[in-house]
Design a protein around this ligand. Structure first.
Ligand SMILES: [Zn+2]
Ligand SMILES: [Zn+2]
Length: 357
């Protein structure tokens, strides 16, 4: 089968690999009907994910149809449409029992798919701990509506949840890329008094304006003064940092009012400085990444109820055999790209694939 593979730093390439088989009684095999490309895939490509294993199939954002399940799997059956969670977790260890599934102590625990074990930019994927890692998609929810549930939307949901947002709060979200928008959608569910989004790119500002007209928008260079003018207590009550740059990290704590909570959602390429003397007296609470992806069933319910819709994020579509082009577009951020849906290749001519890019 076609499998987009991490060869070495700077190089992903299609390889022909055998269709995955069950290795454990808790595994499932899923036929990938729709996938996507995540910024974390680019981090692997750039060599900044040291855990990533050369030779693995990349991709950890996908939905599909269950083909086969191990004898201990009880929550899904062959034929079920499912979302695949970016994190595999046992559901039994100390961390899982407390909902901290990102720190599951199982050997496959945490972000393994498309990083340490074969992922989903392929025709099929093996999902360990399928009872935890798969969620059935309601019949009324399409593949495109469910595409981001397991990763980028789970991240936004988790970030909004741990930020303990109240109706009196002014919430600042820094960054309006795909994760920023998913964070925004989940913050909106909490109905805070106001939401301010800080974003550099004109294109992304227009996207926010068009789809979420009640949100206040500012640019990084004006952010601090804007937030002070548009908050009740001299700064944001909650800050969610999703941009991942030195400047955005600094803005996050500068724009927070004293005793605020600053939630770091972003993944940085290098260490950040906490200038404690400058921050002294602000009594901030920092919460750091990454996502505990254990709310997927609830997220799917909210999508089915029409309360979350991430489909505007899908700006481009490519078939799997042209994923190289899709990566180039996603990496360039050209043509207004937010997220790309990577579609299953329909097998009209059995056994023959045109691999492009
Ligand atoms: Zn991701
Ligand atoms: Zn666990």
């Amino acid at each position: 089968m076609l499998a987009y593979t991490y060869i070495r730093k700077g190089e992903f390439r299609f390889m022909d690999k055998p269709k995955p088989a069950l290795q454990d009684m808790r595994d499932a095999i899923v036929r990938v009907t729709l996938g996507s490309i995540c910024t974390s895939d680019l981090h692997i490509k750039h060599g900044s994910v040291s855990r990533a294993v050369p030779g693995i199939t990349v991709g950890h954002e996908m939905v599909g149809v269950v083909e086969e399940v191990g004898s201990e799997v009880v929550s899904v059956r062959p034929g079920d449409r499912v979302t695949v969670n970016v994190e595999t977790f046992c559901g039994e260890c100390f961390y899982c029992r407390h909902g901290y599934v990102n720190n599951c102590t199982d050997p496959d625990g945490g972000w393994a798919l498309g990083c340490r074990i074969d992922g989903g930019q392929a025709e099929y994927v093996r999902v360990p701990h399928a009872d935890q890692g798969l969620n059935r998609i309601p019949d009324t929810v399409s593949d495109e509506q469910a595409l981001f549930v397991g990763d980028v939307l789970a991240t936004g949901f988790w970030a909004a949840r741990i930020s303990d947002i109240t109706p009196d709060d002014t919430v600042l979200i820094i960054g309006a890329g795909p994760t920023g928008i998913c964070t925004l959608l989940c913050v909106m569910l909490k109905q805070p008094k106001r939401i301010i989004v800080c974003e550099q790119s004109e294109e992304r500002c227009r996207f926010v304006q068009e789809h979420y007209p009640n949100v206040l928008l500012t640019k990084p260079e004006n952010c601090l003064s804007f937030v002070r003018r548009h908050s009740d207590h001299g700064g944001a009550d909650r800050v969610l940092e999703v941009a991942g740059t030195d400047e955005s990290f600094r803005l996050a704590w500068e724009c927070a009012r004293p005793n605020a909570t600053v939630t770091i959602v972003a993944l940085y390429d290098h260490p950040q400085l906490l200038p404690l003397p400058d921050m002294y007296g602000k009594n901030l609470t920092f919460k750091t990444g990454g996502v505990d992806g254990c709310d997927c069933a609830e997220i799917l319910r909210l999508i089915a109820q029409g309360k979350i819709d991430t489909t505007p994020l899908i700006t481009h579509r490519f078939p799997l055999n042209r994923i190289g082009e899709a990566y180039r577009l996603f990496e360039s951020k050209e043509d207004g790209v937010m997220k790309i849906a990577v579609e299953e290749v329909k097998k009209s001519a059995p056994g023959t694939y045109q691999v492009a890019g």
